[in-house]
Design a protein around this ligand. Sequence first.
Ligand SMILES: CC(C)(COP(=O)(O)OP(=O)(O)OC[C@H]1O[C@@H](n2cnc3c(N)ncnc32)[C@H](O)[C@@H]1OP(=O)(O)O)[C@@H](O)C(=O)NCCC(=O)NCCS
Length: 136
Amino acid sequence: MIQYQINAKITPGQFVDILGRSGLAERRPVDDAACIAGMVANGNLTVTAWNGEALVGIARSVTDFHYCCYLSDLAVDRDYQRQGIGRELIARTQAELGRRCTIILLSAPKAVDYYPRIGLERHPQAWVLERKRQIS
Ligand SMILES: CC(C)(COP(=O)(O)OP(=O)(O)OC[C@H]1O[C@@H](n2cnc3c(N)ncnc32)[C@H](O)[C@@H]1OP(=O)(O)O)[C@@H](O)C(=O)NCCC(=O)NCCS
């Protein structure tokens, strides 16, 4: 049976491991230990899914809990995918947020069909400023 925890402490190694087992590692800076450590230390809402001692899913967000919540990393172990864990991780993330708080995320290419399937809406006015770019 899968159990869920809010803000359970996990190590950078556990984070990298679940990224690897989900397939998301190819799109996250797993070779940059400082960046991974910062992600683990400074995210302020993390929901994790566990099968006993094994971490099998994670939703890591940065949020003010009132207006916006950036869901940065959603990852479910390949062996546990398509069992409702991803959906539950987002539902439990939302349950921690205030009534005006919107969840915002960037989809990985392989997950673009996933988010509309579970009720998210594509936003036509979303913009990003990658670190390598500067305001002009
Ligand atoms: C995307 C991901 C988080 C989904 O988690 P999951 O636990 O497998 O998904 P769920 O079981 O909650 O799926 C809910 C529904 O979406 C469907 N679904 C799952 N993955 C899908 C995908 N990639 N594309 C389209 N539909 C998908 C499921 O079949 C299910 O449909 P149903 O309600 O008809 O049964 C997981 O597959 C994953 O970790 N993928 C690799 C990493 C990744 O791409 N993460 C997203 C980063 S933005």
